[in-house]
Design a binder for this molecule. Sequence first.
Ligand SMILES: NC(=O)c1ccc[n+]([C@@H]2O[C@H](COP(=O)([O-])OP(=O)(O)OC[C@H]3O[C@@H](n4cnc5c(N)ncnc54)[C@H](OP(=O)(O)O)[C@@H]3O)[C@@H](O)[C@H]2O)c1
Length: 134
Amino acid sequence: MGSGNWASAIVTPWHNSSIFNETARVKPAIVQNRFYAQTGYDHDLRAFCRKHRILYQSFWTLTANPQILAHPTVQRLAARFRHTPAQVWFRYLTQLDIIPLTGTTSAAHMREDLSIFELELAPSESDAIDQLLR
Ligand SMILES: NC(=O)c1ccc[n+]([C@@H]2O[C@H](COP(=O)([O-])OP(=O)(O)OC[C@H]3O[C@@H](n4cnc5c(N)ncnc54)[C@H](OP(=O)(O)O)[C@@H]3O)[C@@H](O)[C@H]2O)c1
């Protein structure tokens, strides 16, 4: 079962209680949420998902985050890897076990989206992007 548009404020109180385990007979396998600064990038909700072995899937990953894609940190990594900022961003997220849901009308973008696993960010590089999400 998949679910979407979860609000951190509703889910977070469940985090340290047993209510979720006790009341949910069928737990969602995946949660699809808007991934942007206004919700603190779902920091607490993602912790909840990790704890309950629920996959977290992001949408608006590119469209809501132009400031991340344009940030010198991401631009520098893109230049170093000879890939695009979007690819660096998507790969960073997959290394956090976030599954970016995207879409494209462009064959070139689709190829780029599918080839992000050519990259591997070092811990210090991921840490540098972490700072942009705070
Ligand atoms: N559950 C929900 O409530 C919900 C809400 C919103 C969206 N969604 C779904 O989420 C999916 C993704 O939509 P989204 O808007 O969230 O996606 P997104 O990743 O934020 O943005 C997609 C846009 O980015 C461009 N793009 C894709 N790959 C790119 C790349 N490698 N480099 C540069 N630009 C790239 C595409 O334009 P080009 O065509 O020019 O490549 C497309 O317009 C859709 O299937 C949508 O239905 C679900």
